[in-house]
Write a protein that binds this ligand. Sequence first.
Ligand SMILES: Cc1cc2nc3c(=O)[nH]c(=O)nc-3n(C[C@H](O)[C@H](O)[C@H](O)COP(=O)(O)OP(=O)(O)OC[C@H]3O[C@@H](n4cnc5c(N)ncnc54)[C@H](O)[C@@H]3O)c2cc1C
Ligand code: FES
Length: 276
Amino acid sequence: MPDEMKNIYYPIEAEVIKVIPETPTIKTFRFRLSETLSFRAGQFVQLTVPGIGEAPFTPSSAPGESKELEITILRAGRVTDYLHDNIDEGSRTGIRGPFGEGYPTDKFKGHTVLVVGGGVGLAPMRAGIYGLFQEVDDYKRISIKFGARTPEDFCFAEEFDDWAKKPKTDLTLTIDKPYPGWTGRVGVVTVLLDELDVDIDDTYVISCGPEIMLKFVTLKLMDLGFDPYHIYLSMNRRMSCGLGKCHRCNIGPYYICKDGPDMCYGDIMNYPNVFG
Ligand SMILES: Cc1cc2nc3c(=O)[nH]c(=O)nc-3n(C[C@H](O)[C@H](O)[C@H](O)COP(=O)(O)OP(=O)(O)OC[C@H]3O[C@@H](n4cnc5c(N)ncnc54)[C@H](O)[C@@H]3O)c2cc1C
Ligand code: FES
């Protein structure tokens, strides 16, 4: 169907073809869509569960055009609990979108990209990381820093060795507290920023995770001397329309649903309630 004929309020059919448990509270759902959907890294979709409700999620599969899509979902309430408990292979749902601007990847080209993620924030970041890998020649370096509560709380852990072997890429992990058998770094994700070895003036940062993590990551980056216009934060606040119409998601003149959800910190830093 030509794009101009698509009704953004009308979901396309999405059949669940695989459910992958990632952690005790996170599952990845792979959908087969009745129509091709094209999205850019950082854009999000609205997932409709018939009779239950709708919620926004950033796909975790590679950006581009496809009839298949993955979304990685934390159990958090009405819609997400239903998805975890009742949706399995063969279940039919709906997807509408994509919405938002996504990452301004053209700006990042020729520079280092620092990816900082925590908890379920790794889910939306995977599409961003796959997008960077698709065009790895265009970047100077890709440095990934991930944090989770325990080793069991890392989603996509089975992919980490492959990511670390990609050209120009390094990956460092930390967990919040000591854990039996864990020999890596311990502490919240900002501890990994204490030992950054990137050229700060030549680096763009993308970050996604709980609001409190975004706040402390941003404060640390600013302390280190990062340009606030080089910091992009996934502001995954509650949304409704996803279209800049209901005024539920704005920071100053910016609408997270329409202008984000990945917002340039330099643009929003002087407005109140940036971090909730
Ligand atoms: C652009 C965007 C992308 C997102 N991507 C992902 C993703 O890839 N994976 C994922 O697991 N989640 C993601 N989320 C969060 C997800 O949309 C919420 O977890 C979901 O809407 C919760 O719906 P529910 O009906 O299960 O919970 P509800 O029953 O509506 O709420 C349960 C509790 O969670 C709180 N809550 C609900 N939504 C949010 C939110 N967005 N931020 C903070 N607190 C919230 C409520 O206030 C309530 O306390 C994203 C959100 C946005 C806006
Ligand atoms: S969700 Fe309605 S204005 Fe952003």
